[in-house]
Structures are given as C-alpha cells and as structure tokens.
Design a protein around this ligand. Structure first.
Ligand SMILES: [Zn+2]
Ligand SMILES: [Zn+2]
Length: 259
C-alpha cells in the first residue's frame, strides 16, 4: 500500500508518520545497497503533450500514459528543493561499444551530494538498444564521463538514433516516507535520485569493474515521462533506466529493465 498512495488517499497524512526507512547499514561488511536517501527529480517545464500521449496510446502504452497524464502528488512533492540540475540533451564523448554520441540523462548541478562524491556530477548513457540491454560503465576521473571499454551481449539491430530528450531544468526534493519505495507499474514520478530502485524485473545491482563491490543506485528515470513535443526515454527502453555509482572508484553504470 505504501507503493500505491492514491489507494489510501484518506490516510495519506498518517502515512508520513510511518517510520518506513529502507535499511542503509552495510550488509555483513559489504557495501550498502543504498548510497543516499531517495529524492524526486521534478521537471516543471516541457512535460505532458497530448499529441504524444495519443501516439503512445496507438502503440499500446495506454495504461502507463493515462496514469502519467493525471496529476500525481509525486510530481509536486511538498518538501522544498535542495538543488537544481538539468535532464536531457547531448553529452560529450562516444559510446565505446557502438560509437554513438553519448546522451546526457541528468546533470546533478547543485545537488548537495555532488561536492563530496556521494553522487556523480553527471549521468550519461548511450541509448542504442544493445548498449541499454548490456549495461554500460563510465569513468568519472575527469570532468566529462568516459565510456569504458566493453563488448555488448546483443547484436546491433540498426535502430535509428533517437533525438535527445529535451534539455530541461529540474529540481531535487527529498522524498516523503511513503514514497521511499515506489512501484514501477503504478505511474507517478519515477524520476529519482538515490534510494532503492523501482524494479521492473529482478533487483539487479551491477558490480564495479574496478573494486568488485556492489554499486548502489545513483538515480533512475521513467521511460514514459511525457516530454512535450518530443519523444523521451521511451525510445531507449519501455521501463526504467537505472544509474549506479561507485563513489570510491568514481565509476557510474547504466542499465535498463522493461517487460
Ligand atoms: Zn552504444
Ligand atoms: Zn569501485
């Protein structure tokens, strides 16, 4: 029920008193699966476009889009913003596996965890299908993340290069307790920094290629975030994009899951 607050609307205020906090303690000496508490990424401009909703209904995502088109409290969280960044746009550099130009998923800007290395300053990815399905690693030793060498598990299907997701300002807000865990299938704002993942399939955390420790989630992005006048991340996946971070090695990973 914590994952479906609209079903228990009359008890919403009481739920904020529930001390439902995902454990952040190390797991028998191994690194915690939670790198930082969850925050919502709120995009106030350039969202929701009726024509793209219609198009998506035609290609069979009606349930997701109807849910996203309705107002949801997770899109306007009550906690004040703790920082500002940007989503979308292109990034510097090329994918090491397929050669495509990298896209910027999130610039964390003034998010407080950037300065101490709790989160990366920027999350980038290659939207090509075999790269999204294999999983990607990036070194953040320098300013711009660099795609680390890898071999894709899946062949290149010749997918067209998607337009970049619109470059838009975003703000970061601590998530209220009842949304510390959010289900993928119930709509709402699934764009988050920190916390635990909204898993479409099994809970899968990558292992850092340098130190071999588990990489906690840095952020996640809902594929059906309805960007106005443009396709968004639904050209990358039909589920969720997950970004992970090893703060010791300054390496990020990007994976995706869908049905
Ligand atoms: Zn690629
Ligand atoms: Zn590492």
């Amino acid at each position: 029920m914590l994952q479906a607050p609209h079903l228990i609307e009359q008890h919403a205020d009481e739920l904020d008193d529930v001390p439902y906090i995902w454990p952040v303690d190390p797991r028998d000496g191994d690194r915690s699966l939670v790198g930082l508490p969850p925050h919502h990424i709120v995009i106030r401009e350039g969202l929701v476009d009726d024509s793209s909703i219609e198009h998506s209904v035609r290609i069979g995502h009606s349930a997701q889009w109807q849910a996203l088109a309705s107002p949801d409290p997770t899109d306007q969280p009550s906690a004040p913003s703790i920082g500002e960044g940007r989503v979308g746009g292109l990034a510097d550099g090329l994918c090491s596996a397929c050669g495509w130009r990298l896209h910027r998923v999130l610039e964390l800007g003034t998010f407080p965890g950037v300065d101490d290395g709790t989160v990366p300053a920027q999350i980038v990815a290659c939207p090509n299908m075999p790269c999204m399905w294999t999983g990607q690693f990036f070194s953040h030793a320098d300013d711009a993340p660099v795609s680390m060498p890898r071999v894709n598990y899946f062949p290149d299907a010749g997918m067209p290069v998607p337009d970049p997701v619109p470059d838009l300002p975003a703000t970061f807000h601590p998530t209220r307790p009842r949304w510390h865990v959010q289900d993928w299938g119930l709509g709402g704002n699934l764009n988050r920094v920190g916390g635990v993942g909204s898993w479409v399939q099994d809970m899968i955390y990558p292992t850092c290629p340098t130190c071999a420790q588990t990489m906690p989630i840095a952020a996640q992005f809902g594929a059906f975030t309805p960007f106005e006048g443009s396709y968004g991340w639904e050209r990358w996946t039909e589920g969720i994009i997950y970004a992970f971070w090893c703060r010791d090695c300054r390496i990020s990973a990007v994976t995706s899951q869908q049905t």
